[in-house]
Design a protein around this ligand. Structure first.
Ligand code: AMP
Length: 122
C-alpha cells in the first residue's frame, strides 16, 4: 500500500499554526493536543510532525528518530496526564473501515472514566 498525504488536512493546518490547538506536549518530532470534541475526561491526540497518513505509513517510512520520539511522546503525555494508575486506552483509526476522519496519523489517548468495551456491536 502506498500513501498520498493531503497537506490540507486539519492537523497539517494545526502544525503550520493556521488553526489553534490546546497543546499538551511538543517535542522535536511530535505534537500532543486536546481533542476538540472530547469523548472522555482526558482525550489527547498525539501526532507526528511529519506527513504521515496513518500508523502503517509511519511505521514503514518514518526515521527511527521520529518513531522513538513519537512513542516516547505518548508515554510522556500519559505521565503528564496522570492516567497510569486508573488506566487508559490508546486508539489509532486508519482508513475507511477504521473510520479515520483526519488523514494525518494520530493516536487518541482516552482516560478519566471506565471506557466500556472496546467496540460497540455492529
Ligand atoms: P479520527 O476519527 O480518528 O480521525 O479522529 C479525528 C479526531 O480529531 C476527532 O476525535 C475530532 O474530534 C478531532 N478533531 C477534529 N478537528 C480538531 C481540531 N481542530 N482540534 C482538535 N481535535 C480535532
Amino acid at each position: 500500500m502506498s500513501y498520498t498525504y493531503d497537506d490540507q488536512n486539519i492537523f497539517a493546518k494545526i502544525l503550520r499554526g493556521e488553526i489553534p490547538n490546546t497543546t499538551v506536549l511538543e517535542t522535536e518530532h511530535s505534537l500532543a493536543f486536546r481533542d476538540l470534541y472530547p469523548q472522555a475526561p482526558t482525550h489527547v491526540l498525539v501526532i507526528p510532525k511529519g506527513p504521515y497518513v496513518c500508523f502503517d505509513h509511519f511505521a514503514q517510512t518514518a526515521s527511527d528518530a521520529e518513531i522513538v520520539d513519537y512513542i516516547r511522546a505518548v508515554g510522556e503525555v500519559c505521565k503528564q496526564e496522570g492516567v497510569a494508575e486508573d488506566g487508559w486506552r490508546l486508539i489509532s483509526n486508519a482508513g475507511h473501515d477504521g473510520v479515520q476522519e483526519v488523514p494525518h496519523l494520530h493516536v487518541h489517548i482516552l482516560a478519566g472514566r471506565v471506557l466500556g468495551r472496546m467496540l460497540a456491536k455492529g
